[in-house]
Design a protein around this ligand. Structure first.
Ligand SMILES: Nc1nc2c(ncn2[C@@H]2O[C@H](COP(=O)(O)OP(=O)(O)OP(=O)(O)O)[C@@H](O)[C@H]2O)c(=O)[nH]1
Length: 284
């Protein structure tokens, strides 16, 4: 049954993902997400793909045990959000995605994943693959490091820079995640360091423990909110532009002019507020 469901899932992967999807990606059922999100919060789906730069030579993808994922739509479905988890080997990307996907039995999922999804030839150039595909295909990114591993924290900064380069003109949601907070005694990266990094790199920040399921729900609610907030503001802008194209009286024009000045000031204020709100995943 597992092998069959794995095959079915693969047929639902977008072409690009079929070819290049990295190990342990996890399609997530809308119902799982609904359970994790407040009522009415979600209209779409999220697909998670995890990627470790140092592990590029291995490709497989773990599927969960729910067959309902199969009917979760296709890439042409505009309500499907692709969330990519980036981070060093062993920081907990798969564990986080599994909780989100409602898979509790890791051994079971691992077995299903290996059976269902080992991929063919690896990409020749690791970093090029990351630049060309991984960093271009996501609607949102979760950059994970382990709070017990300083090197993974440094790698997270590198990944953020690479992502910025790859998607220069786009305002894509990025959340920096410090995982494994349960390992208190082994902590090498403080909350303040994580937060400061998020402020510098202009992204959101949260600490999680996949082991204790701490903040994982908030993380995935947050990434969906971040996607939707951007989508909504884009739509608002488009509507505003359409309205301004209509004929206006001089009074209206003057009003618009003043409105622009006010908006400019608000923007400056918003920037200040934004840089302080890296911990609040429910605002831009
Ligand atoms: N204590 C603790 N262990 C964790 C946590 N998250 C993950 N782990 C463990 O860390 C190890 C690596 O976790 P994975 O989820 O496989 O990490 P990954 O980033 O997907 O690793 P790769 O697939 O190799 O890139 C596993 O043994 C997990 O059980 C956590 O929050 N706390």
């Amino acid at each position: 049954r597992r092998a069959a469901s794995g095959n079915k899932r693969r047929t639902h992967m977008p072409f690009s993902a079929q070819q290049h999807l990295h190990r342990r990606s996890m399609p997530v059922d809308e119902r799982d997400l609904r359970a994790a999100l407040p009522q009415g919060e979600l209209s779409g789906l999220v697909r998670c793909t995890s990627y470790s730069p140092s592990e590029a030579h291995r490709e497989s993808w773990a599927s969960d045990s729910s067959d309902s994922v199969i009917s979760s739509g296709s890439d042409s479905d505009s309500s499907l959000y692709k969330v990519i988890l980036l981070g060093e080997h062993g920081v907990g990307k798969t564990s986080l995605a599994r909780i989100f996907g409602g898979v509790e039995d890791c051994a079971d999922a691992e077995e299903a994943g290996e059976g269902a999804g080992r991929r063919g030839a690896p990409p020749a150039d690791d970093s090029q693959w990351l630049q060309n595909h991984c960093m271009k295909m996501g609607d949102a990114y979760i950059i994970v490091y382990s709070v017990t591993d300083k090197v993974s924290f440094e790698k997270a900064s590198e990944l953020r820079i690479q992502l910025r380069r790859a998607r220069q003109t786009e305002d894509i949601p990025i959340i920096l995640v410090g995982n494994k907070t349960d390992l208190v005694r082994s902590r090498e990266v403080s909350v303040d360091e994580g937060r400061a990094c998020a402020v510098v790199f202009d992204c959101k920040f949260i600490e999680t423990s996949a082991a204790l399921h701490h903040n994982v729900k908030d993380l995935f609610e947050g990434i969906v909110r971040q996607i939707r907030l951007r989508k909504d503001s884009k739509e608002d802008n488009a509507r505003r532009m359409a309205n301004t194209k209509r004929r206006e009286s001089i009074g209206k024009k003057a009003k618009r002019f003043l409105g622009r000045i006010v908006a400019k000031n608000n923007k400056k204020m918003a920037f200040k507020a934004k840089s302080k709100s890296c911990h609040d995943l429910s605002v831009l």
